[in-house]
Ligand binder design. Structure first.
Ligand SMILES: NC(=O)c1ccc[n+]([C@@H]2O[C@H](COP(=O)([O-])OP(=O)(O)OC[C@H]3O[C@@H](n4cnc5c(N)ncnc54)[C@H](O)[C@@H]3O)[C@@H](O)[C@H]2O)c1
Length: 238
């Protein structure tokens, strides 16, 4: 059981399925969640906008003085192969998923340095295995997973250390997968197909991913850094 008493955790994409579950879990475990999203959270933050990051870290510095954790959960998916994906969509996916994670790590780092801390990046099984129609998503999440290792190695030089890990979920219940299914000719069949591809025979729950994030944020995970942790019902086991 992770304990986050008094830990100050900044969360992006916190109006979404995973981010909101992480924010709720942080609060349940006695921590202070600073929930951010485009709208509908404690603070407005577009992860692609450097000026937004500056405003938010200035706000956190003035209110709390430091951070103990960051969860980069903002993200989007767009279906498309290199043949049919337009460049604007490619750039939008890379911008939110990869640039946004870069900016989050970059701007949170100075606030994590004084006391050490933990960064959790929402990557995906799409960082580990490809899909013919996931060109931008695959590239963005592959980038997130390797960026995570770079941040982990930098953070390992800090005293106290800053850890950084990536979690790699397969399909989860929630709006992201609902939107993918809606774009299929037969949404119900598409949902069944996605579940059937997972050895445990079901989609994951945002709360299950949040539980892993909470563990990684906690001191119980003090020796885990630079890891890509699949949480995928066995999808990448074969
Ligand atoms: N849902 C899945 O099946 C699944 C699987 C693997 C990985 N992931 C990853 O987990 C993370 C969370 O996914 P989710 O299921 O909670 O998705 P979600 O769609 O429920 O939530 C994503 C949130 O990101 C926010 N967002 C989008 N663009 C933003 C921007 N520019 N700035 C700030 N916020 C922005 C949205 O407003 C939304 O609230 C994402 O990075 C996603 O790629 C999800």
């Amino acid at each position: 059981m992770a304990h986050l008493t008094d830990k100050i955790i900044l969360i992006t994409g916190a109006a979404g399925a995973v981010g909101s579950a992480v924010a709720a879990g942080v609060r349940e475990q006695g921590g202070i969640a600073i929930a951010t999203d485009l709208a509908g959270a404690d603070l407005d933050l577009d992860v692609t906008a450097e000026a937004d990051w500056q405003r938010v870290v200035d706000d956190v510095a003035a209110t709390h003085g430091h951070l103990d954790g960051l969860v980069n959960a903002a993200g989007i998916v767009a279906l498309g192969s290199i043949e049919n994906l337009d460049f604007a969509t490619w750039r939008r996916v890379l911008s939110i998923n990869l640039d946004g994670t870069f900016l989050g790590c970059k701007y949170a780092f100075p606030l994590l340095k004084p006391r050490g801390g933990s960064v959790v990046n929402l990557s995906s099984v799409s960082a580990l295995v490809g899909g013919h129609n996931l060109a931008a998503y695959n590239a963005s999440k592959g980038g997130v997973s390797l960026l995570t290792k770079s941040v982990a190695l930098l953070g390992a030089r800090s005293r106290p250390p800053i850890r950084c890990n990536a979690v790699c979920p397969s399909f989860l219940e929630g709006p992201m997968v609902d939107d993918i299914a809606k774009s299929a000719r037969d949404p119900a069949a598409a949902m069944d197909k996605m579940s059937a591809g997972i050895p445990l025979g079901r989609m994951g729950k945002p709360s299950e991913v949040a539980a892993l994030c909470l563990y990684l944020l906690s001191d119980e995970a003090a020796f885990i850094t630079g890891a890509d942790l699949p949480i995928d019902g066995g999808l990448t086991a074969r």
